[in-house]
Write a protein that binds this ligand. Structure first.
Ligand SMILES: NC(=O)c1ccc[n+]([C@@H]2O[C@H](COP(=O)([O-])OP(=O)(O)OC[C@H]3O[C@@H](n4cnc5c(N)ncnc54)[C@H](OP(=O)(O)O)[C@@H]3O)[C@@H](O)[C@H]2O)c1
Length: 267
């Protein structure tokens, strides 16, 4: 029987590309998104079901997960939905903080919790969260985004112990900068006292170093496919040369020296 994958945030970027990739490999795909009424591409594909899901709604998580399980047994869940905030912390509002934690952290945790009875019953299942290289390192002016991705990493490590006795795997994917719509959805937090430093970072390092190295999205979906199918007891999957090289540097130099090196380059 063909396997089934459930994906959050499948309206664009990595989520949508993952839906296409698994469908092409013969999987059934349950692609969830905030506005399914706007979707035209995935709805036309065989074996793809599009369901509504805003991961900040605990009620909708329960309803949509129940609907999905009623359709078919689920083998893999990809927690992909997230967004970024860039700028100085003092330029952010309480609403920004609440929203990013609700989406990038609680969304992941609640969707996972909703699937656990199903996975325990089947004594199998793979839970994959799209984290980021920003889950093991930190760039300037992305503090809230990093807070969410580091949270997902720590939470995943702890959950792995808890789920192993039930035959359930939990993993993270750590992409470097990738060509998606991510930049368009970023909230920019503005504060006049931080403007000079922020502009230096965004006009210098962010532009030259990072934008130039944005990798194609299919490189990430191939790593997601590997994590979903390799059966390995492996927590983290780096996705792309930038994430690989940053991870290596951080491991070799140690966290503090790596931070100092990044400061020289980015500030
Ligand atoms: N692009 C990169 O450079 C990069 C690098 C490392 C990690 N990542 C991670 O990759 C994942 C996917 O991002 P992307 O690059 O593909 O960006 P993207 O194209 O902006 O996709 C983000 C998706 O999340 C959805 N989303 C946002 N808030 C949501 C909510 N409350 N409920 C449900 N869906 C929600 C968006 O849906 P709407 O269409 O409704 O807004 C969109 O489908 C994220 O976890 C991101 O942190 C991206």
């Amino acid at each position: 029987m063909a396997k089934t994958i459930f994906i959050t945030g499948a309206s664009s970027g990595i989520g949508k590309a993952t839906a296409r990739f698994f469908q092409a490999k013969g999987w059934h795909v349950i692609a969830t998104m905030r506005h399914p009424e706007k979707e035209t591409e995935l709805t036309g594909l065989e074996n793809v079901t599009v369901l509504p899901l805003d991961v900040t709604s605990p009620e909708q998580i329960l309803t949509t997960v129940q609907k999905a399980i009623a359709l078919r047994p689920i083998d893999v869940v990809v927690n992909n939905a997230a967004f970024g905030i860039v700028g100085a912390l003092e330029g952010t509002t309480d609403q920004d903080m609440q929203r990013i934690l609700d989406t990038n952290v609680l969304g992941v945790i609640r969707v996972t919790r909703a699937f656990l009875p199903h996975f325990r019953e089947r004594q199998s299942g793979v839970l994959i969260s799209i984290s980021s290289e920003g889950g093991f390192m930190a760039y300037p002016y992305f503090s809230l985004y990093h807070a969410t991705k580091w949270a997902v990493e720590g939470w995943t490590e702890s959950m792995a112990f808890e789920l192993k006795p039930f035959g359930i795997q939990i993993k993270t994917i750590l992409p470097g900068p990738t060509q998606t719509d991510f930049g368009n959805a970023i909230i920019t937090a503005v504060h006049p006292d931080y403007e000079a430093g922020f502009n230096k970072f965004t006009n210098g390092y962010l532009m030259e170093e990072m934008v130039r190295k944005f990798q194609p999205v299919d490189l990430v979906t191939a790593v997601i496919y590997q994590a979903a199918t390799d059966g390995k007891d492996q927590l983290r999957y780096l996705a792309g040369a930038v994430a690989d090289s940053n991870y290596d540097k951080r491991m070799k130099l140690g966290a503090d020296l790596f931070h100092k090196e990044l400061e020289k380059a980015a500030m």
